[in-house]
Design a protein around this ligand. Structure first.
Ligand SMILES: Cc1ncc(COP(=O)(O)O)c(C=O)c1O
Length: 448
């Protein structure tokens, strides 16, 4: 369908345009290679479309400006870390105040109660703990699940992503579980720690749980890291019945699916997990994450953790729950990621979705677009994928890079992984319309 030769030529043209228009970023990147491994502060930053990453001067709300003076509509929003919009005024003020009053003490502040109470209200889970990243919160939830079930295995969905959690870097290849492609230095073959199944397959889930050795399923309520994949009607109800029948716990990683509403999919879809994990935007991008548990899990963990060893048990961290993170979480939950913010964000994602859908139709492309709350994503397959294997098979790295670079060169930034766009409370119709126009023009060039 896509003429690959034409795609190559268009990509080369866009690359030339990118290089010509970003001389200052090019200069900084050349210098950065002298002191930063790979020329970037974190290895994923190499993945952006374009010959080098653009360096940011400043960001506010739904926009940022690069060091060459170009302004962009940010639909990546720090891969959800800035779903609040960049530097919301309320957060900036609360954080600045806290910075002057003590950043970290290994003692609680009153803010922590306000955060715990608000999370309890949103997710209907009574007890909360804090960590610094969603990765850590997932790791701690897994440890607790293993401890209280006295089982060793974790179950994940094929092509999931939950942060740098060792157990989750596993995929199914020819029916066998093994390390995911690119898994750097796996401590053991993840086959030893992990069961992997496809999403939306209750029979596969039952087969995986039947051996009574799965401590927990670590899952996003809707997959968002291999494109958006929605659960089939009734999937979670069936899955929950199975986890209860076979004694496995359910960890709902709401780090991205918080886009569905103030209490994530857990509240929107009335899920009833044993853990909820929420990181990234919980503090408007100030590092912090939280995990919550129901009464029963709290009781089981309390029974097994003893005061003398609580600091060396593998859960928690020196800076976890620090005063600054907690202050950022409090203001974010009370004043930024509020129910009324979602009322603005979700219609913007619908506008994005409808604009892209119309572009796909207009140019007869065999693609689809899916919305989940404040997030939307297009895929290179005619029908929305039902599981990670299907979605990964439809990926097209070259095409994806072209569309991302095309958008970047015209002032819109998409997430560097697949084709995801996220709305923040400051995203406007004009921001979304800019992307729609760019997407249609890019599609038109491809099929011409
Ligand atoms: C669903 C989900 N969980 C957890 C994480 C890990 O977040 P962090 O890298 O902030 O630890 C990610 C990161 O993309 C994620 O998408």
């Amino acid at each position: 369908m896509i003429d690959r030769q034409r795609l190559k030529e268009l990509s080369a043209r866009e690359e030339r345009k990118f290089i010509a228009e970003h001389p200052r970023s090019a200069e900084l990147y050349a210098r950065a290679k002298g002191s930063l491994l790979g020329g970037v502060p974190m290895n994923w930053m190499k993945k952006w479309a374009g010959a080098f990453p653009i360096f940011v001067a400043h960001a506010k709300g739904a926009h940022f400006t690069d060091v060459d003076g170009h302004e962009y509509v940010d639909l990546c929003l720090g891969d959800t870390g800035a779903m609040t919009g960049h530097s919301p005024d309320a957060t900036a003020e609360a954080v600045a105040k806290r910075v002057r009053e003590g950043i970290t003490l290994m003692l609680p502040t009153e803010d922590s109660l306000r955060v715990g109470e608000e999370l309890k209200r949103r997710f209907a889970l009574p007890y909360w703990q804090f960590a610094l990243t969603a990765t850590d919160a997932n790791r701690f939830a897994i440890r607790i699940a293993r401890e209280i079930t006295q089982r060793s295995k974790v179950l994940v969905y094929n092509y999931c992503y939950h942060g740098t959690v060792d157990e989750s870097f596993a995929t199914i290849q020819d029916g066998v579980v093994g390390p995911r492609r690119g898994n750097i230095g796996p401590p053991v073959n993840p086959r030893e720690t992990t069961r992997v199944i496809e999403f939306n397959d209750l029979n596969a889930l039952e087969d995986a749980l039947k051996q009574h050795d799965v401590a927990a399923i670590l899952a996003e309520p809707a997959m968002t890291n291999v494109g958006i994949i929605l659960p089939d009607e009734g999937y979670w109800k069936g899955a929950r019945e199975l986890t209860r029948r076979y004694g496995a716990l359910l960890i709902a990683d709401e780090t991205h699916t918080i886009c569905a509403g103030p209490g994530g999919c857990t509240r929107e879809w009335k899920l009833d997990p044993d853990f909820v994990v929420f990181g990234k935007p919980i503090g408007s991008g100030i590092p912090g994450s939280a995990y919550g548990v129901p009464e029963e899990v709290a009781r089981r963990i309390t029974a097994r953790v003893h005061l003398e060893d609580c600091d060396v048990g593998g859960i928690g961290g020196t800076l976890a729950g620090n005063a600054l993170s907690i202050a950022a979480m409090r203001v974010t939950l009370e004043k930024v990621l509020t129910a009324s913010a979602f009322e603005k964000m979700i219609p913007m994602a619908k506008l994005f979705n409808d604009g892209v859908a119309a572009g796909i139709k207009q140019h007869g492309l065999p693609w689809n677009v899916i919305q989940l709350g404040a997030r939307a994503e297009y895929h290179f397959s005619r029908k929305p994928p039902r599981n990670g294997g299907e979605s990964a098979a439809a990926a097209d790295f070259e095409l994806e890079r072209f569309l991302h670079l095309y958008a970047l060169n015209r002032g819109a930034l998409l997430t560097p992984f697949h084709n995801m766009a996220l709305m923040c409370p400051a995203t406007t119709e004009a921001d979304v319309d800019l992307h729609t126009r760019i997407f249609r023009e890019g599609a038109a060039e491809l099929v011409r």
